[in-house]
Design a protein around this ligand. Sequence first.
Ligand SMILES: [Mg+2]
Length: 371
Amino acid sequence: MRTTISVIKCDVGSLAGHHIVPKPILEMAEKRLKEAKEQGIINSYFVFNAGDDLELLMVHTRGENNEEVHGLAWEIFQKTAEKAKNLKLYGAGQDLLKTAFSGNIRGMGPGTAEMEIEERPSEPIVVFAADKTSGGAFNFPLFKIFADPFNTAGLIIDPSMAGGFKFEVLDVKENKKAVFKCPEEMYELIALIGSVDRYTISHVWRKRDDLLCAVTSTSRLSLIAGKYVGKDDPVAIVRAQHGLPALGEVLMPFLHSFFVEGWMRGSHWGPIMPVSLKDSKCTIFDGPPRIVAIGFQVVNGEIASDDDGKPLISDLFDDPAFDLARREAIEHAAIMRRMGEFEPARLSSEIMEYTTLPRILERFKDRFIPV
Ligand SMILES: [Mg+2]
């Protein structure tokens, strides 16, 4: 039996600006997924939010890109966006770029990360979800988790990790992909994934046996829509333990804050802040960009649950161990915001082409004369 973990997310509308998914929207999604479980479309689910993004975690045995599972998510996003419109929530339906569903939700606006696996004797999973940033935000932590021996002790001392990992890198501009092996192509890999706006790690496999270890959502909303429609607010699924990085090694990159593109109007570099689900809302300057992480076990095609069938979910960043990163994020936010709209606080002009800035620059075009 093969098990599929699907995380499909969408900003369907947010309370008081781009900051949080309100309770009635979460409850609607929860109710529909409960029905879908009873109907046998999915086996387990968990609904949560990353800032203003509604996140649907679904575990089932229908494989990736399944029409019924994607259709279920699409139906939920349409209905909740309708509710958001009735409440006049901010940005209601902003991520729903297409109207007619034709079997697969990819390329329609919502973000998708899916992983079909054969369950190991024990299958610990971490799902990360970030708000106010883009897919490239996972390049740095995924590199550290699967390739940096100063992060992951197992790369040095666990024989089952010998040989390292392979990374699939997506060129989101050209819509092409290539695979790089670590450690032998580590420098080349960094040369690419250091450019987080263009190259995104989409898959990681264990090199010796091609075991799938991690997947990310890699859509680029602006490239689908051809204009600025917000950042992609990515999700990632990572497997842990049993010949893969331990849970603590998967979380290790978040000991410190690091900079990601996004934040206010998707136009600034901002420090990522790991937070608990309770603090998963973006406030100051629409941020700082926040990331949540949930941990769970997959067992026989579903999420391990308690005797009442309630999924056992651990809110991983709900821990004082991440206070340092949170403190750093606030301090770095203050430093960056002192710069106002001067680079490097604002993204480079090349990336700003996909924002509303060119409409301002257009007005002065004729004022410039040859020198
Ligand atoms: Mg968002």
